[in-house]
Design a protein around this ligand. Structure first.
Ligand code: GLC
Length: 496
């Protein structure tokens, strides 16, 4: 027993010699379904690149490639105090960010508020009233002795990480909810006035300066401290990326007659890749997830790689194996807890993958505690292999998106700033993604340092959103009004 010796747990390679034939056969089948070999990686990257380009064209494609009106990188010399607000999947975060005189530095004060589950399926008004109330509470706590009505000079960057059509930085029509949200009366509407009205109802006078996607925030925050950053990615509940594009390479902006050399951040919304279902090797489990989701046929790529879905894919496979008469798994056990939809999240898989013991005893405890299922050692070996397959597939597919942007833009060496729970917490996700990039770009052992590296990002929805608010105000103060909404009730542009 390793436990009693107190020495470091060994890394578990594991052997399959004691796994019965029926389980072994299933493992082989699962390997076939979930493995993406090098040839398939190439095929996916080529199609991904084609679809990214199509998204920039006048006709458009299924990947939205939304221009964000974040124009150019920060210089590192942005200054001032800004608010940032992040509507994440489980929390709401309010930050006050100070950008001091020193280049590339920042100070941040923040509070987190839980986002009640029922708000995710309620009405838009309920959601925005709740957010406005949190902002109010934050300001009361952080500006003691000051009247809230005196804070009207504060500008806020609102990180709202859902696909929005933006024809100005302070304007964004929600195209559709993603990541399991399903709130009535918001799709097809500009979220900025909705939020502003809620702030007004609560008597909070601050200005919404920029609507920011988490990927754009990540790109800008990372480029602020590391100018080699060319892409910002989120691998979390959802999955997406942003990068800086020349206006001249965006045919769908031609009608605006902008300077073709202007740099504009593009929020790809690449979760929608392969909505036509032609290239991704989807399993019956992926199909089931899509069909039973609030938005079938959408976010097809995201549904294979993002944290929201990894636990569910895993759960579906196990329920299916249990029902299969040719397989004996969890014999005679009550699997009702396992039958509950979306009951396992990506951290469950992460815990299985982190189990260091040869006999996977931590996995045994996990199954017993969470699902009331007593597992045999061969069953746990299948469970472990399944988690590896799902986690590896997610990492390799994610790398395809990064590679496609690099190929499209001709980036041969750069940093990709990445954030999100899967990137930060899922074991081996980063290593597996790096391996896939090596296969895609053909870097062999003679290449000592990978030229394109996916690295942990700076805080995009805090510092990034604040920087974007700062960049926007700098532009307005310089009289450059392109990409700012003049028609809005509380327009940032003072009347002439
Ligand atoms: C979903 C959202 C996208 C966001 C991503 C990561 O794909 O549609 O806007 O960037 O999740 O949070």
């Amino acid at each position: 027993m390793y436990l009693s010796t107190g020495r470091k747990a060994p890394s578990r390679k594991g052997s399959m010699h004691d796994v019965p034939k029926d389980l072994m056969k299933q493992i082989k089948e699962l390997e076939q379904q979930f493995t993406i070999d090098t040839a398939k990686l190439h095929e996916i990257v080529a199609k991904f690149q084609f679809e990214l380009e199509k998204g920039l064209s006048k006709e458009g494609g299924s990947i939205p490639m939304n221009p964000t009106w974040v124009i150019g990188y920060p210089s590192g010399e942005e200054t001032g105090t800004f608010l940032a607000l992040d509507l994440g999947g489980t929390n709401l975060r309010v930050c006050e960010v100070e950008l001091p005189e020193e280049k590339g530095q920042y100070d941040i004060y923040q509070s987190k508020y839980r986002l009640p589950e029922e708000l995710k399926t309620g009405t838009g008004e309920q959601l925005f009233d709740y957010i406005a109330e949190c902002v109010k509470q934050f300001l009361i706590a952080n500006h003691e002795g000051q009247d809230i009505s005196e804070l009207s000079d504060l500008h806020l960057g609102f990180t709202f990480s859902y696909p929005c059509h933006q024809d100005a930085i302070d304007h964004g029509v929600l195209q559709r909810w993603t990541k399991g949200f399903d709130i009535e009366g918001v799709e097809g509407h500009d979220v900025v006035p909705m939020f502003e009205e809620a702030l007004e109802r609560k008597g909070v006078p601050i200005k919404i300066t920029a609507l920011v996607n988490d990927t754009t925030g990540t790109l800008i925050a990372s480029a602020y401290t590391d100018p080699t950053t060319k892409i910002g990615c989120i691998f979390g509940t959802g999955c997406n990326a942003a990068y800086m594009e020349e206006v001249g390479c965006v045919p769908k902006l031609d009608h605006m007659n902008l300077d073709p050399n202007l740099q504009i951040a593009i929020n790809c919304e690449w979760g929608a890749f392969d909505n036509e279902r032609v290239v991704l090797p989807r399993t019956a489990y992926d199909n089931h997830i899509d069909k039973t989701s609030p938005r079938p046929g959408q976010q097809i790529f995201e549904k294979m790689v993002a944290g929201l879905y990894l636990g569910e894919i895993f759960r579906l496979v196990l329920v299916d194996l249990h029902a299969n008469p040719e397989v004996s798994i969890f014999e005679g056990q009550d699997i009702s807890a396992l039958r509950e939809e979306y009951s396992l999240d990506a951290s469950f898989l992460a815990d299985i993958e982190s189990d260091p013991w040869e006999n996977l005893m931590e996995t045994q405890v996990l199954f017993e505690k969470t699902l009331k299922i007593d597992t045999t050692e061969p069953e746990r070996k299948l469970i472990r292999r399944l988690a590896e397959l799902i986690g590896t597939r997610a990492a390799r597919l994610s790398a395809c998106g990064v590679a496609a942007i690099c190929k499209m833009k001709g980036f041969t060496s750069c940093h990709v700033g990445a954030d999100g729970s899967v990137f930060n917490k899922y074991p081996n996700f980063q290593k597996r993604g790096a391996q896939a990039l090596r296969e895609i770009f053909g870097w062999d052992k003679s290449v000592r340092k990978d030229p394109i590296q996916i690295v942990p990002a700076e805080d995009g929805s805090g510092v990034g959103a604040a920087l974007i608010a700062a960049l926007t105000m700098k532009r307005i103060n310089a009289g450059i009004h392109a990409g700012v909404n003049v028609k809005r009730k509380n327009s940032l542009i003072p009347p002439a």
